[in-house]
Design a protein around this ligand. Structure first.
Ligand SMILES: [Zn+2]
Length: 332
């Protein structure tokens, strides 16, 4: 029964029916006694989700913020569901819902700490919200963070900056955001004209940044915004969406942010568009350009939404690419 469950589901109306969003799905999957065990017991939980690697002299720590399941139906705007399901099957992933992981990066340079993106905070799916636990398990404290660099203003990247109750999570950090992203989302006229379904995203940006608006540092593209970290225009996913190049000695890491969502879909099929891509054509051109650069230069990459620890390389394959995860190392 267990063995054939996926096959049975794929062939039923259930698999194709609207699935009621991430929350309902996640609850179905997590409402078991072992998963709801106290966090102080091991229960069915994994070891803490952090992973360290070196880029030249810089220690990079990937910090996982759990995951959310997203119904596959309608997720890729310009592909048939059956083709998307085939790509999922090729990657040995479920064909009903995509598990989307969240992975931020901490850069340690001497005693300077830079965080790139902040996770879901306390506002994500029940299977997300693991960030603080993992960050602390890696030996960090939020009070130590000097700089938080934000790639774009979607909730899964900014909500970790401020709890639902308004508390600022990184009291001593300078917050840096892309200038173009700020200009777009903070425009009141644009918010007022936005379709009802989009207004919440604008309001959330104000919830997070409003109390610190005068202190938020806005950065441009092709600038060294923190030591060894250069911003790269990667617009399309959102109007100011930013990727980065981290360089130290002869080592480089291309930090892709949301240039792709899950690599099994959008690295393999770079012309597919996730519903989150606000300008699908621009996002597609950005994705092709960035993946091509990573493949031809053999540069190590990090993705926000790849399987943890979300770092590896890009190889050309057919009309698309393939994500090759880095080999786990017991030493950074
Ligand atoms: Zn994202």
């Amino acid at each position: 029964m267990t063995i054939t469950r996926r096959g049975i589901l794929a062939g039923t109306a259930l698999a194709a029916a609207p699935l009621g969003g991430i929350t309902a799905l996640a609850q179905t999957h997590t409402a078991t006694p072992s998963a709801s065990a106290s966090p102080t017991t091991t229960g069915s939980r994994q070891a803490p989700g952090f992973y360290r690697y070196k880029v030249g002299d810089i220690e990079v720590t990937a910090i996982n913020d759990g995951f959310a399941r997203r119904p596959l139906e309608g997720f890729v705007r310009n592909a048939e569901l059956k083709d998307v399901q085939a790509a999922m099957q090729e990657a040995f992933l479920p064909v009903d819902a995509l598990p989307i992981t969240f992975n931020t990066l901490v850069l340690s340079q001497g005693d300077r700490l830079t965080l790139i993106d902040s996770g879901n905070g306390d506002m994500g799916a029940p299977t997300a919200g693991r960030w603080m636990e993992n960050f602390r398990a890696a030996g960090f404290d939020p009070g130590q963070v000097d700089t938080v660099v934000i790639s774009h203003f979607h909730g899964d990247h900014i909500n970790g900056l401020r709890l639902k109750d308004g508390t600022a999570v990184f009291p001593n950090a300078e917050v840096m955001v892309p200038e173009a992203e700020w200009a777009f989302w903070m425009d009141d006229a644009r918010m007022n004209q936005a379709p009802e379904g989009m207004k919440g995203a604008y309001q959330n940006v104000r919830r997070v940044f409003g109390p610190i608006a005068k202190d938020v540092k806005r950065y441009g593209m092709d600038k060294e915004i923190a030591p060894s970290l250069t911003s790269i225009a990667a617009h399309g996913h959102t109007p100011g969406h930013t990727a980065y190049m981290l360089s130290s000695g002869s080592d480089r890491l291309m930090i892709m942010s949301d240039v792709t969502n899950h690599p099994a879909l959008f690295v393999r099929h770079p012309d597919w568009s996730a519903i989150f891509d606000m300008d699908a054509d621009q996002a597609r051109a950005t994705r092709r350009r960035m993946l091509d650069m990573a493949a031809s230069e053999r540069t190590q990459v990090a993705f926000y939404h790849a399987p943890f620890p979300a770092t590896g390389h890009i190889a050309k394959e057919g009309n698309g690419y393939r994500f090759v995860p880095a080999q786990w190392s017991s030493q950074d």
